[in-house]
Design a protein around this ligand. Structure first.
Ligand code: AMP
Length: 286
């Protein structure tokens, strides 16, 4: 694996791979790799001839400066992990190269950016995501790009943006990878205090309670969410949102009739965690 920092070097590597008609795969990340990231890289390795992993802690998507300052960083370890997962290129650009002086262009995806994370983090968050993902697509020119279902709203936003702007990239959304106790892997998990780390698996248990309620025939969204809320209350979780929303527009649903996203965000001191599950009464549980 090679580590590249400039777009010019990256383009040369892409052109070399394309010369051989290779399929380019891109895994956009902010680093501090865990098995969730590595699963995306392994999937890219299965499908693509050249696997590019971008590592860029994107200041534009942090609406809380403290969150940006605390964000865990270890590029040397990340490089080792990315190589072990099959990456060919680790693209780790500098902030000044991604956002040169006078940078003044943004990509905004209306609608799906507004609810859930958009309410809590503000509209700037997904504007930052959409802008940097567009830039990374233009820099690496991938055939395929891989995202995690863990960030369901982000994945939906990227799909919408690619469709709306005719971006020539296929988006693949990969399953959420969890710790043995159910907690969704996240770079922020290492920042949790020990007691918060012990309580955090209640998030996944709450989602499972909703999935179980729907599997048992519950169709009323408020009652289905109630099953999960009881789990969260018992664990003393400070919720930001816990919602049943449509998977296409992220609009609240009252009746769980088709595929529905159950999404939550919680706060453990200064650390926010998000998680989600899909339910669909028409599809029996695996
Ligand atoms: P991040 O570095 O947090 O921006 O995440 C980079 C990519 O990894 C995003 O597409 C995330 O959705 C994905 N990701 C993060 N955590 C997980 C996880 N636990 N399982 C699967 N994918 C994940």
């Amino acid at each position: 694996m090679i580590v590249l920092r400039s777009v010019a070097e990256l383009r040369a590597a892409v052109a070399a791979a394309r010369g051989g008609q290779g399929r380019i795969g891109l895994v956009p990340t902010m680093g501090a790799f865990h098995d969730g990231h590595l699963s995306l890289m392994r999937r890219a390795r299965e499908l693509c001839d050249c696997v590019i992993v971008s590592l860029f802690v994107n200041p534009a998507q942090f609406t809380d400066p403290g969150d940006l300052a605390r964000y865990p960083r270890d590029e040397a370890l990340d490089a080792t992990l990315a190589e072990s997962a099959g990456a060919d290129v680790l693209f780790a650009p500098e902030v000044r190269d991604v956002y040169p002086p006078g940078f003044s262009t943004h990509v905004e995806v209306l609608g799906v950016s507004a609810p859930l994370e958009g309410v809590v983090r503000g509209t700037g968050h997904f504007r930052g995501v959409a802008t940097v993902v567009t830039k990374l697509f233009n820099m690496a020119q991938p055939d395929d790009a891989f995202f995690g279902q863990k960030d369901a709203q982000q994945a939906l936003l990227v799909r919408r943006m690619v469709r709306d702007l005719d971006l020539p990239v296929r988006i693949e959304v990969c399953p959420t990878i969890r710790e043995p106790d159910g907690l969704a892997m996240s770079s922020r998990n290492v920042l949790l205090l020990p007691d918060d780390r012990r309580r955090a698996p209640a998030l996944a248990r709450a989602l499972t309670a909703v999935v179980d309620a729907v599997a048992a025939g519950e169709r009323d969204a408020t009652r289905a969410l109630g099953a999960g809320a009881a789990v969260l209350r018992a664990a003393g979780i400070e919720l930001e949102y816990f919602a049943a929303v449509s998977t296409d527009a992220l609009e609240p649903v009252n009746v769980i009739a088709g595929e529905t996203l159950i999404a939550l965000a919680a706060r453990f001191g200064r650390i926010r965690l998000i998680d989600n599950a899909l339910v669909d009464p028409a599809v029996p549980r695996a």
